[in-house]
Design a protein around this ligand. Structure first.
Ligand SMILES: *Cc1c(COP(=O)(O)O)cnc(C)c1O
Length: 349
């Protein structure tokens, strides 16, 4: 730390992302990326876009936004795009978090970091002992509600009826629903948008659309909310989604069959993995995401992670109260998960 850093930021604890190893022979199940390559068509679209890199990118991301509107049955003014969904979440926290934020004790680790960065007050609401969000705890909130659905790192999902109730019981607060993992079996809050002016749905191309490195996210909601987000965006970085990423995102949306087959493969492999882990004595939470949250028998999460690392398999452990028995394991290809199970058999025997 230099002596020049703003006092307000001196105690800031930055988010620690999962390891991105430089070596190739590792099985990487630690950051919830897709194990599959980008949609066929992305490479060509990016190459074509690269021919015009001397020009600024399209501020309105017109083609991408039109395709998103078609894909999700919304109007174009109900959507805005961003440099990864992390960016749109940051914009939303700035735009709507003036009275503070309310979110669960166990959820996406970036929420408290942004709250600190922007100096926003936060109310932490504990999950119940089975790691469920208790919807009654969110009724009549006095601040912006943030819910990851499915939640991370638990993988547990709320049904649409629960989200509806949270939106109904907080008519004067924004409810941000972070749907990074919804394509793997969750119910989207998208259906609430025509009815509620306080629901903002945030999505990403990182987990289910094979574009984590392209950095593309988007938000969907009432046109006035989207306007507010664009006000923040145009006060910060109007050209936030570069032209290569816009082209990649559009090409991915143009081939919905590929998206479908990838997410189906992940869900099938997840079911297989859960069964195998349970047979080995693991406690595994019900997952609607592209990862499972699992506790190894007779071993801490840290220990299991370390033993897998020695066998060149990366998973994620969070050194936080309540979840030290658990690890988060990304669902990879079937072959990767077979290797995980084989290694785990050697570790637990
Ligand atoms: C991965 C993730 C994000 C961020 O994804 P981007 O890569 O920034 O689009 C947001 N929310 C949750 C809960 C996530 O797990």
């Amino acid at each position: 730390m230099s002596r020049f850093l703003s006092e307000r930021l001196q105690s800031l604890k930055a988010y620690v992302p999962g390891e991105q190893p430089k070596v190739r022979n590792l099985i990487k199940l630690n950051t919830n990326e897709s194990p599959f390559p980008p949609t066929p068509g992305v490479k060509e679209a990016v190459a074509e876009a690269a021919e015009s890199l001397q020009l600024y990118n399209d501020l309105s991301a017109a083609k991408l936004t039109r395709l998103l509107a078609e894909t999700y049955g919304l109007k174009e003014n109900q959507i805005t795009v961003s440099n990864g969904s992390d960016e749109i979440l940051a914009f939303a926290f700035q735009a709507f978090g003036g009275h503070g934020l309310a979110f669960p004790d166990i959820t996406y680790g970036f929420y408290p970091v942004w709250a600190d960065l922007y100096g926003l007050d936060r109310k932490i609401i504990p999950l119940d002992e089975d790691f469920n969000i208790r919807i009654q705890d969110y009724a009549g909130n006095d601040r912006c509600v943030v819910i990851a659905n499915p939640n991370a790192p638990t993988g547990k999902a709320l049904p649409l009826s629960a989200l509806r109730e949270i939106a109904e019981k907080n008519p004067d607060q924004i409810v941000i629903v972070d749907e990074a993992y919804v394509d793997f079996g969750g119910e989207s809050a998208l259906a609430l948008i025509p009815e509620f002016d306080n629901v903002l749905v945030v999505r990403t191309f990182s987990k289910s659309r094979q574009l984590a490195g392209g950095r593309l996210g988007f938000a969907m909601g009432n046109a006035a909310l989207i306007d507010d987000l664009n006000r923040v965006r145009f006060s910060f970085h109007p050209y936030n989604v570069n032209s290569l990423t816009q082209a990649a995102g559009a090409a991915a949306l143009e081939q919905p069959e590929y998206f479908e087959s990838c997410r189906q493969a992940i869900m099938d492999t997840r079911a297989w993995t859960v069964e195998q882990l349970k047979q080995l004595g693991f406690t595994v939470l019900d997952s609607s995401a592209n990862f499972v949250f699992a506790a190894a028998p007779g071993m801490s999460g840290a220990e299991y992670q370390k033993k897998l690392r020695e066998k060149n398999i990366l998973i994620r452990y969070f050194d936080l109260p309540r979840i030290r028995d658990f690890t988060r394991i990304t669902i990879g290809t079937k072959a990767q998960m077979e290797a995980l199970i084989q290694a785990t058999k050697e570790i637990v025997s």
